[in-house]
Design a protein. Structure first.
Length: 324
């Protein structure tokens, strides 16, 4: 059920539902989240059941104020405060040693917890009214494409789940995750906050993690995948394939700059040469191409460069499902 947040009492009802241990999908600036009261293990468990997510995948706790950080984390290093001050509220998650009271359902039994302060005004309003943290993964079934509109959430779950409509999300990709629980901070999941942004705003040099582990953020080889097989093409390979392939009318196409051959496809979507604009529309484009009934989705690999890294990692994971 889509909830219009401007309707009288809508926010109060959403908060009452969360307090009662029910799930509500809420908008954040990155993607829609499937939220539960993070202090209620039974409520948190419902997230895993609805998403069909393995219980060993920890959740991110969302907070509305820096003062709440120590409710969830302990031994917070100075770098974490620097990062939080520079980027919160915003698309950045910090992994920190967990406070004693944080339940195992949230952290999947690990000694660390992921925390972020979302920038969406509705998320912040709900968090403040609730007065507790919200555990919220992206509001999609495990391994599916994340939702960037309330309608996507409805399509993905097809249930009586409440979905607070906050319009299309602004960032469009999940938050950058930085592990601050080890000797030196390291990026576990690329997002639209890049190492360059971090350097510019905090003077900290933080790189990407090298060692992949299933429990670590976004390290599953397959993820973010549509149901329709998705294939990646370098711009040159795409030109060749377009010249030779005769069955374009059965295919979907996702490109970042206009091409005249695109009209021959069943559906073609041209995003942008600008990484931020591309990211904003990326998941919506995948949802739309997936729903158009095409036999395959062909994707032109966007340019190299830090700004595109988060998009590249999602594309590689989306394609991995079909290259096993
Ligand atoms: O932008 C976002 O981060 C969105 C919105 C809703 O806030 N949330 C999101 O959550 O992307 P989710 O659950 O789809 O992805 C969170 C990732 C998972 O890969 C999880 O394994 C990892 O973060 N994670 C959470 N807690 C962790 C921890 N303590 N240590 C390592 N990884 C953690
Ligand atoms: Mg997710």
């Amino acid at each position: 059920m889509i909830i219009d947040p401007t309707a009288p009492e809508a926010i109060a009802q959403v908060v009452a539902r969360l307090k009662a241990g029910e799930l509500v999908a809420i908008p954040t600036e990155t993607v829609y989240g499937l939220a539960a009261d993070a202090t209620n293990p039974q409520a948190v468990e419902k997230i895993f059941l609805l998403k069909q997510r393995p219980f060993d995948h920890p959740l991110i706790v969302h907070i509305a104020d820096l003062n709440e950080l120590l409710d969830w984390a302990r031994d917070v290093p100075e770098v974490a405060y620097q990062l939080a001050q520079a980027f919160w509220p915003g698309p950045l998650t910090l992994i920190l040693p967990k406070a004693k009271s944080v339940c195992d359902r949230v952290t999947a039994g690990q000694d660390t917890v992921g925390i972020r302060m979302p920038a969406h005004p509705l998320a912040l309003t709900i968090l403040r009214a609730l007065g507790r943290g919200l555990a919220a993964p992206s509001a999609n079934p495990f391994m599916a494409v994340s939702p960037t509109t309330a309608a996507h959430v409805m399509q993905l779950f097809n249930s009586d789940l409440w979905v607070v409509d906050g319009g299309p999300t602004e960032v469009g990709l999940e938050s950058t995750i930085i592990d601050c629980s080890g000797a030196a901070p390291v990026i576990l999941r690329a997002g639209m906050i890049t190492p360059e942004d971090i350097k510019r705003k905090t003077n900290l040099t933080i790189g990407f993690v090298e060692q992949a582990s299933v429990k670590h953020a976004g390290q599953h080889r397959v993820h973010y995948a549509p149901n329709t097989p998705l294939r990646l093409f370098s711009p040159l390979d795409l030109d060749q394939a377009l010249a030779n392939h005769s069955a374009k009318q059965s295919l979907g196409l996702l490109i970042y700059r206009p091409r005249k051959q695109a009209y021959a496809f069943k559906k073609s979507i041209c995003l942008s040469m600008d990484a931020r604009h591309y990211a904003q529309k990326f998941y919506a484009a995948l949802h739309e191409l997936d729903a158009c009934g095409c036999a395959e989705i062909w994707v032109e690999v966007p340019p190299q460069g830090e700004a595109w890294q988060a998009i590249h990692t999602r594309l590689i994971k989306a394609a991995a499902k079909f290259s096993e």
